[in-house]
Write a protein that binds this ligand. Structure first.
Ligand code: CUK
Ligand code: CUA
Length: 622
């Protein structure tokens, strides 16, 4: 706008021009005043008064912290960190016998994608699953206690990245690998990559009664990188999809070499059919696993060409479509499941790779969506009306669009570079709408500086009307994905129920004892406000005395059946600390390899006399 008023302008024209002029140069009340108004209404939207609770739990993956971060929405308050793949002294995780055994000797993990257990395509609030890209593991967390109950190593796979995603009734979670390796990770020359390497996908089941994960079967896919995946829903419930890149089979400088081909693939597979093939013996026994080789055991797996180097792929809540996003192509590609089924039926294939049929792209694509100037689409979530929300990594925004028409409906900038976003109940057959959280990779200037490296950022977006960022929370490295569940679906327990059959439990003080058997010492003790009792008949019931070199096992029962009265147990200088939650029985084992006098104490502040909750661990020298 120029300061131009026609010389011949009358009063009215002049006023109009002046109005336009003013409007152009000061867009409404700007500066501090406007900020205040906006912040007040946003503050109200996210304010959860003391005594009231948040509406949603947000489970954010902790990336290479190996942990899970639990936040409340809309307050965006960090409530808890639950260790999954990494030891955590705050909760004694990785120190007590069970969690140490689950840890399998590893000291870290890389947790990318959490997934709730589902019943009829809806989060049921019972379990949370996750995989470890760093050390190829899978875990199941019980949501009554927010503790991990089982971890398995996934053989033949290196870096199950795009998992976990679960089928509609938690029949399976599928763990495709990010890195191709020879089966069993044996040595093979990289010149033999195309013939000897494989990208193995594992179908993992979970037995809720035994709380055990198990590998049902594996599929030896071509040696490509498998990126993101999603399970089908409703009409596509028997199917699952995943993206793959490096179909060039590059073995070095992937940045360039894995980005050559114009098209990579989506892998579409029918897990019901794979299940049937396994039941019919159509697999090879490989390193103790049932391995399907697609070039030999035909059926159930198809390829769909997609714009180069795709990242995310997401199934719409109604299960009719799957949408792939291209990190190098600025497009979201919408495919129809119905058309895909018809193409498979008609064998409408354009060729094959490694024995897997390639479905004719044109037969099943609905549209390619390119919102204007939007770059770096990564992941898509959905609201209650089926509208799509795609994160744009490069242009740092969320774009809302209509999968039915491809029309762009809204967009909002986020700070900065979002990877995933997560919608309330976003991966169910019936998302809630209402909220979306952008998981931003780069916070830059958002918070008080903590040095050259900054926290990541999660921004809460109100999606009930025009998208608006209403809250922002710093978060430790590094949430990749998250899921958001209605708070009332999660039913935690307040104390562990008495388990009279547990041979290690000691609920009565006069049953405490220290049992010696050669150089093996078993302590059956109690933790209570505000003392330890290891042997009630001893002169000093809170002392444990052993000989140097003894193998010591301490079974500790917390007999405070009272909400939030957690005790800890640490031995000074012995590098161990465990936790016993109310009513819980926990065990720690170690060798008393250092002679001397070591105070033991409760690490978790439990009463006014918490400081007095101490004793001695005496180790007589040899
Ligand atoms: S990945 Cu991190 S932004 Cu592991 Cu889901 Cu896409
Ligand atoms: Cu028990 Cu502090």
């Amino acid at each position: 706008m120029k300061k131009w008023i026609p010389a011949a302008a009358g009063l009215v024209t002049g006023l109009m021009a002046a109005t336009v002029f003013f409007a152009d140069f000061s867009p409404g009340p700007t500066g501090e005043a406007a900020k205040d108004t906006a912040n007040k209404s946003n503050a109200e939207k996210v304010y959860v008064p003391f005594g009231e609770k948040d509406d949603y739990y947000l489970f954010a993956s902790g990336g290479h912290s190996g942990q899970m971060f639990i936040y409340g929405v809309p307050s965006m308050r960090h409530i808890r960190t639950v260790p999954v793949f990494s030891p955590d002294s705050a909760t004694g995780y990785g120190f007590d016998t069970h969690s140490k055994e689950m840890m399998g000797g590893y000291t870290w993990g890389d947790l990318h994608h959490p997934a709730f257990s589902e019943t009829d395509g809806d989060y049921d609030g019972k379990y949370m699953f996750a995989t470890d890209v760093g050390n190829s593991r899978a875990a199941a967390m019980n949501l009554e206690t927010f503790t991990v109950r089982d971890i398995i190593n996934v053989p033949n796979t290196s870096g199950p990245h795009c998992a976990a995603f679960v089928t509609q009734n938690t029949e399976y979670m599928f763990l495709p690998t990010r890195f191709a390796v020879p089966i069993g990770s044996e040595y093979a020359d990289l010149d033999d990559y195309s013939t000897k390497y494989r990208g193995v996908m594992s179908a993992v089941t979970f037995d809720q009664n035994k709380e055990k994960l198990n590998i049902a079967y594996q599929v030896a896919l071509p040696p490509w990188s498998y990126d993101l995946s999603d399970a089908g829903k409703k009409m596509s419930a028997d199917w699952a999809v995943m993206t793959t890149y490096n179909t060039e089979e590059a073995t070095t400088n992937l940045e360039i070499n894995a980005s050559q081909a114009d098209r990579d693939f989506i892998v579409l597979f029918n897990w019901k059919e794979l299940e049937k093939m396994v039941a019919d013996g159509q697999y090879d026994d490989v390193t103790g696993q049932k391995m399907i080789f697609p070039e030999k055991h035909k059926g159930g797996i198809y390829l769909v060409p997609v714009a180069k180097s795709p990242h995310g792929v997401d199934v719409t809540p109604d299960g009719t479509r799957f949408i792939a996003s291209g990190k190098l192509a600025p497009a979201m590609t919408v495919f129809s499941f119905e058309k895909a089924f018809a193409a498979i039926e008609a064998q409408d294939f354009s060729g094959e790779r490694n024995g897997i049929p390639i479905i004719n792209y044109d037969s099943i694509v609905e549209r390619e969506v390119n919102p204007e100037n939007a770059l770096g689409p990564l992941h898509t979530q959905f609201d209650d009306k089926g509208m799509a929300y795609t994160t744009m990594f490069i242009t740092s925004e969320i774009v809302k669009w209509d999968p039915n028409t491809g029309e762009t409906l809204d967009r909002v900038p986020v700070q900065y570079s979002p990877g995933h976003s997560v919608a309330a109940e976003g991966d169910t057959v019936a998302p809630d709408g209402k909220y979306l959280v952008a998981l931003n990779k780069i916070a830059k200037d958002s918070y008080l500086s903590v040095g050259p490296s900054h926290p990541e950022s999660m921004q809460l977006i109100d999606i009930s009307g025009k998208m608006e960022v209403i809250q922002s929370a710093p978060v430790n490295p590094e949430p990749h994905y998250a899921q958001m569940i209605k708070a009332d679906k999660i039913k935690t327990i307040t104390v562990y129920p008495k388990d009279e059959k547990n041979p290690n439990a000691t609920y009565e003080q006069d049953k405490t004892k220290i049992v010696r058997n050669g150089n093996k010492v078993d302590v059956y003790g109690i933790a209570m406000r505000s003392k330890f009792i290891f042997d009630s008949k001893a002169k000093r019931p809170d002392t444990i005395e052993v000989n140097e070199g003894d193998h010591v096992t301490i079974h500790l029962t917390n007999i405070d059946f009272d909400q939030d009265i957690t005790h800890g147990f640490a031995i000074n200088g012995y590098d161990l600390n465990i936790e016993v939650q109310p009513g819980q029985v926990n065990t720690v084992e170690f060798v008393a390899d250092k002679a001397g006098t070591f105070p033991l104490y409760c690490t978790n502040f439990c009463s006014a006399l918490h400081q007095e909750m101490t004793g001695y661990f005496l180790v007589k020298p040899k």
